[in-house]
Ligand binder design. Sequence first.
Ligand code: SAM
Length: 333
Amino acid sequence: MIQLPAHPITFADFMERCLYDPHGGYYTSGRPVFGPPGDFYTSSHTHPLFAEILADAIAALQGLLESAPPLDLVELGPGDGVLGRNILAHLSHAHPKLAGNVRYSPVELNTPLPKRICGIVFSNEFFDALPVHRVRVKGGELRELYVEADPSTGEIRETEGPISDDRIRDYMRNGFERRREGWDYEVNLRMLDWLGDLNRRIDKGYVITIDYGFLKEEYEQVDRAAGTVLSYSRHRVVTDPYLNPGRQDITAHVNFSVLIKTAREMGWTERPLKNQREFMMEWGLAERLIRAEQSFRKPSAQKIDELLHLKRLLLPGGISDVMKVLLQGIRVK
Ligand SMILES: C[S@@+](CC[C@H](N)C(=O)[O-])C[C@H]1O[C@@H](n2cnc3c(N)ncnc32)[C@H](O)[C@@H]1O
């Protein structure tokens, strides 16, 4: 169980404790998190086709880099590592020469980023798992949400207080077109820290970010007065992040407008933001489905199971329509 201090803490501090407390945080407790025994599926756990297409994209980008081997392949927040393993397996099978020259670095909690990187950094559902501050618009002013436990009952309650970090005001200006009275917004300062860190370490390369998220104009189209903080438990969405601290996942959508603007200010370039389906189409989804269809002509129990997983990945309105993919270049032509 997560222990909260007797004084108010920022929501970012609360989320950090719930997810990453060394004694009982959601991701650190060793309980199953992903797939059937856990609380949610990511694309990594849905079907290896996702990893295979990503591996083909990585191989093509490596060609554009025009740099001498080895190629760094850095994965942020790999979790149980299934995506990285499937990417490496597909590289060995379809791009063996490149596979022999890849230096793969999974960066999990407490693993540092490599000091120098020449190659490709990728992540799936990493930035949405970083602790966020929450801000409420009150009487036209910004107030921050804090969390505290009632000393006698232990009940968790939300309080409002002053903004805890000056960078929050800039983030709000860059990330949201309109700040609506009474609405809550998330501010992911950790994401800014990661971008700065990557910028210092990448000599030349690409960053592929796959995540839930919105551009600032999209926040206008969603009716979410409480913002995008969501929890997941036993494959169900839970809207109350204060339930069962340390026992349920907590996420917040990635603000891609802030991500792109911050990176541009450091000189990065980017391709237009796509959803995962469009990204997979660009990198060969149609051809792969035609090939897969031929193999499904001789059905077996295993093939049918595989087909169901493929459907889960590609169903209209499902994960591939909701997830976004951002491809950015650093010091590349
Ligand atoms: C939602 S999971 C995604 C796992 C995996 N990428 C996938 O697609 O299944 C988020 C992962 O990010 C990791 N993470 C969070 N903060 C991190 C940090 N500061 N450094 C490295 N990994 C971190 C978590 O431990 C967790 O494994």
